[in-house]
Design a protein around this ligand. Structure first.
Ligand code: AMP
Ligand code: MN
Ligand code: MN
Ligand code: MN
Length: 278
């Protein structure tokens, strides 16, 4: 049984359509998949149709952008009710600043790097204009030879604290967890090791998350090392949190991950899927 509870389609910043993502996961042996697009649940209908045809279980998912102590944190929501107009409306509100942010990033790149056409170029790569992300900008920069790789785009320009990184106010941690819970879902801290928090700050984040109603952390993300996963398994144990697994797949060649085959959970973790009803 292979379970993958974190991946993206082109409804947000993935490469493939929701149906293609489901088919790829299935062909890699996944039996349970959650599609978790950034601040967007519109891909779930198409994903459900594809999963039904294959006899695969699709879990409703989302990855919500949060600002916590001036940093961007991602909170995954799993197994909420869908369709869900109330949740869709709240997510649309979170997405609403993305076009304006793109404009600001494009202005910085024009001024500081003499790179023109970023606004139109990134938008041309996004299906939904209000879901345009730094991933689309990185792809535009790479595909047009302004950087040697997407990784370089983040390291040189777009990453946190880099010259073309524009601060953005996303949802609060409390509101993100509350909207997932109100929708009947389970809130999960996505890839906790990726934020480079001190041990104390990570504990503070987990404690605030639990106070808000959060129940799980992503222990086994393909974007976290074995050491990080073992450390997170210990933290999950200490806080009695459930543990989640995910590839964070965006497309072949983006991050080092295989859809449908995330790393296994370390022993003694409580799998988050034990909270799903049968
Ligand atoms: P945004 O939501 O627009 O701020 O974009 C965040 C997205 O950028 C993440 O979900 C990742 O898909 C992508 N990303 C962030 N850092 C990197 C990186 N170093 N290399 C490649 N993709 C990245
Ligand atoms: Mn992404
Ligand atoms: Mn993320
Ligand atoms: Mn993700």
């Amino acid at each position: 049984m292979s379970i993958d509870l974190h991946c993206h389609s082109n409804v947000s910043d993935g490469r493939f359509s929701p149906a293609e993502v489901v088919r790829l996961a299935h062909s890699n042996g996944a039996t349970v998949l959650a599609l978790t697009d950034h601040d967007q649940i519109d891909g779930l209908a198409e994903a459900h149709t594809a999963a039904q045809q294959l006899g695969m279980r699709l879990i409703n998912g989302v990855e919500i952008s949060v600002t916590w102590r001036s940093r961007t944190i991602h909170i995954v929501g799993l197994n909420f009710t869908y369709p869900n107009p109330a949740l869709s409306d709240k997510l649309a509100e979170i997405r609403s600043g993305r076009l304006q942010r793109l404009q600001k990033i494009a202005e910085r790149l024009a001024k500081k790097a003499k790179i023109e056409g970023v606004y139109e170029g990134a938008l041309a790569l996004a299906i939904h204009p209000d879901s345009v992300s730094r991933t689309h900008i990185a792809r535009f920069l790479h595909e047009n030879g302004f950087v040697a790789s997407k990784d370089e785009a983040f390291k040189k320009w777009l990453g946190d604290g880099k010259p073309a990184c524009v601060k953005h106010e996303w949802a609060s941690l409390h509101d993100a967890v509350a909207m997932i819970r109100a929708a009947g879902g389970i809130a999960v801290i996505a890839h906790p090791a990726r934020y480079k928090l001190s041990a104390t700050a990570l504990r503070n984040l987990i404690e605030e998350f639990i106070d808000a109603g959060g129940q799980a952390i992503e222990v086994s993300s393909a974007t976290q090392s074995l050491n990080e996963r073992l450390n997170l398994a210990l933290l999950a144990g200490r806080y009695d949190l459930y543990a989640s697994v995910g590839s964070d797949f965006h497309g072949q060649g983006e991050f080092n991950c295989i859809i449908g085959k995330p790393p296994e959970l370390p022993p003694l973790c409580k799998p988050v899927w034990h909270l799903f009803d049968d």
